[in-house]
Unconditional design. Structure first.
Length: 217
């Protein structure tokens, strides 16, 4: 049975959720991580992975595989690779494994590769950058299921995420109910504004009367 919060979140878009976070004074919206495969919007619970420079260290476990194996259907793998090295932390075989597990998608703070395979499998990948360079000998996994940093947002395992063409947004687990409530009100008001515009009301009248005051507490 789908988490009721995920079900509600999946019916929204990232901008409404970002606006709700603004209204509540919470961080969470991250720009500059576009979707690089498929046109799907994703929403789900987060599993976190943190990577670092290898610097002589080797790993007996392939990057992100522990998170994939721990994932429930609909979960989202979120990986931090902020080493500055041009080395992919997500690729084709991980996409195959994640797709088979029922993972909703991957959000990568760093480079991803093998995007043709992700597109062929219709698997959503959001990534800070794209590369063809392997992780081998360059980066290693240092933690799974620990807090990570995406943009300037601290992301914890069990948090919620929504990502689409506009942005990636993270919602702390403890705040999901009130964020969804605020987002629903914003969606409702924007829907009324859109209908007024379609009905031919002047944009200055519709936007001036509503837009600037929508996020007031």
């Amino acid at each position: 049975m789908m988490d009721q919060f995920i079900e509600r979140l999946s019916r929204m878009d990232s901008c409404a959720v970002s606006d709700a976070l603004d209204k509540l004074g919470l961080p969470g919206s991250v720009t500059g991580i576009p979707r690089v495969s498929t046109d799907q919007r994703i929403a789900g619970r987060v599993l976190t992975v943190k990577l670092d420079r290898a610097e002589g260290r080797s790993s007996t476990r392939h990057l992100c595989t522990a998170a994939i194996e721990a994932a429930a259907p609909g979960d989202i793998i979120v990986c931090e690779q902020r080493t500055g090295l041009d080395a992919a932390c997500w690729g084709g075989n991980l996409t195959i494994a994640a797709k088979a597990r029922g993972v909703a998608g991957a959000i990568i703070e760093g480079p991803a590769r093998d995007l043709d395979e992700s597109r062929q499998l219709d698997f959503p990948v959001f990534a800070r950058s794209i590369t063809g360079r392997t992780a081998r000998g360059r980066i290693v996994e240092v933690s799974t299921g620990e807090p990570i940093l995406v943009g300037d947002v601290t992301v914890n395992p069990g948090d919620y995420a929504i990502a689409d063409a506009s942005s990636v947004v993270f919602i702390p687990q403890a705040d999901i109910a009130r964020v969804l409530e605020a987002a629903a009100l914003i969606v409702q008001r924007e829907s009324l504004m859109a209908q007024a515009l379609r009905d031919g009301k002047p944009a200055s009248e519709v936007m001036g009367a509503n837009y600037e005051h929508m996020l007031k507490k």
